[in-house]
Write a protein that binds this ligand. Structure first.
Ligand SMILES: Cc1ncc(COP(=O)(O)O)c(C=O)c1O
Length: 386
């Protein structure tokens, strides 16, 4: 139930108040969890509000979907059991023979899926340099390309893609643009307002923000044929998010704006502090004025550049591993978007097929004191032998 309030609220207010729900039966401020898998019919043997079974609908995940839809300015949203389940629901809604264009450094789990499962499914796939508009344009085949997939910011190289420009190119060819906006979150970028057709999130990351839920989300600009197929596929495949995870996710989203603003401002401080450090060859962060995509980032990102940055260590792989082993506050673990800061040697995590330079460490900046984080990297860098 939403409060009957005619004032238009800002996204941060909607997030903080979890859409303004009060529990209809108790007026509790925190929505209940609905674990029931099944729903009784009424005395006319009709479904109440169309709800019969939890795979079709569950009030707990509907609350999250409605909130995410508002935060992204979409038409509809769907939650999935993981970011991968959300991403692959789009791709499995295509037909064998359909063509997909994706960045060569797309999230490595999806790249692997496209190469193994996507190709077996019959999809034709072209990987192009992230953010390169000419390459995207050249790889699109009119009438055959159905999806152009971008990820912005795309990690760990922190590339930014101009969403509006790619949307124009994509739509001219009759294809749909999907944006993996996991790193940007609705706080920093609104892909649908820039022309994207579908926004995808690994909600495991910033949306939940506490490294304790695996979840994915899609939000669409239009209720079109592709969206109907995706929605039907989720129902048929059953990859929905459970009510307990949905409830935790809703709780996480309440603090999304605070967390993302804090992580972004600390990431910028860290990037500025370490730029020019004699033990580094490069600091990669789209908020740095010398970053190759700074101009596009400054145009399409609102209020910050995100909490992920990468540093490249002089001395190569061993030196990078030594920094990852020497940190005391950053946690040496994979993933990103949690309240705790993480550091990872990305090429080790991605394995043999990784194209990430082996001197690179990815930092996911949390909400700790910025000075502690800077001091931690500083002391770890001072330990390396170069
Ligand atoms: C940018 C991005 N997209 C998608 C995914 C996949 O999400 P999940 O791990 O929730 O399946 C990840 C996971 O790391 C990611 O970083």
């Amino acid at each position: 139930m939403s409060k009957n309030n005619e004032y238009k609220r800002h996204p941060s207010t909607l997030a903080a108040q979890a859409n303004g729900w009060l529990d209809p039966s108790t007026n509790a401020v925190i929505p209940s969890i609905h674990p029931s898998t099944t729903y009784a019919r009424d005395s006319d043997y009709e479904l109440v509000d169309g709800r019969g079974y939890t795979r079709d609908e569950n009030p707990t995940y509907l609350q999250v979907e409605s909130l995410l839809n508002k935060l992204e300015g979409g038409k509809e949203a769907l939650l999935f059991a993981s970011g991968m389940a959300a991403a692959t629901a789009i791709l499995l809604s295509l037909k064998p023979g359909d063509h997909v264009v994706a960045p060569s450094d797309v999230y490595f789990g999806l790249r692997s899926w496209l190469k193994k499962v996507g190709i077996r499914w019959g999809l034709k796939i072209d990987f192009v340099e992230a953010g390169n508009l000419g390459a995207i344009s050249e790889s699109i085949i009119h009438g055959v390309t159905k999806i152009v997939w971008i990820e912005t910011p795309c990690n760990p190289m922190c590339t930014i893609t101009d969403i509006r420009a790619v949307a124009d190119i994509t739509h001219t060819a009759g294809a749909k643009l999907v944006v993996d906006s996991t790193l940007a979150t609705p706080v920093l970028t609104q892909p649908l307002s820039l022309g994207a057709d579908i926004v995808m999130h690994s909600a495991t990351k910033y949306l939940n923000g506490h490294s304790d839920v695996l979840a994915g989300a899609l939000i669409t600009a239009g209720d079109d044929e592709l969206w109907k197929r995706i929605s039907d596929l989720r129902y048929q495949n059953g990859g929905v998010l459970g009510p307990f995870e949905s409830w935790l996710l809703l709780r996480g989203i309440r603090t999304l704006f605070l967390r993302v603003e804090r992580s972004s401002s600390t990431a910028l401080s860290i990037a500025n502090y370490f730029t020019g450090n004699s033990r580094l060859t490069e600091v990669l962060y789209p908020g740095l004025k010398n970053h190759k995509d700074y101009k596009v980032a400054a145009q399409q990102m609102i209020g910050g550049f995100g909490g992920v940055l990468s540093i490249r260590i002089k001395g190569g792989r061993n030196a990078a591993l030594s920094v990852a082993k020497s940190v005391k506050i950053f946690v040496p673990a994979t993933s990103l978007g949690g309240v705790e800061s993480l550091i990872e040697h990305r090429s080790t995590v991605e394995g043999l097929e990784s194209s990430v330079p082996d001197d690179l460490l990815r930092l996911s900046v949390g909400i700790e004191d910025p000075n502690d984080l800077i001091a931690d990297i500083d002391q770890a860098l001072s330990n390396i032998q170069i």
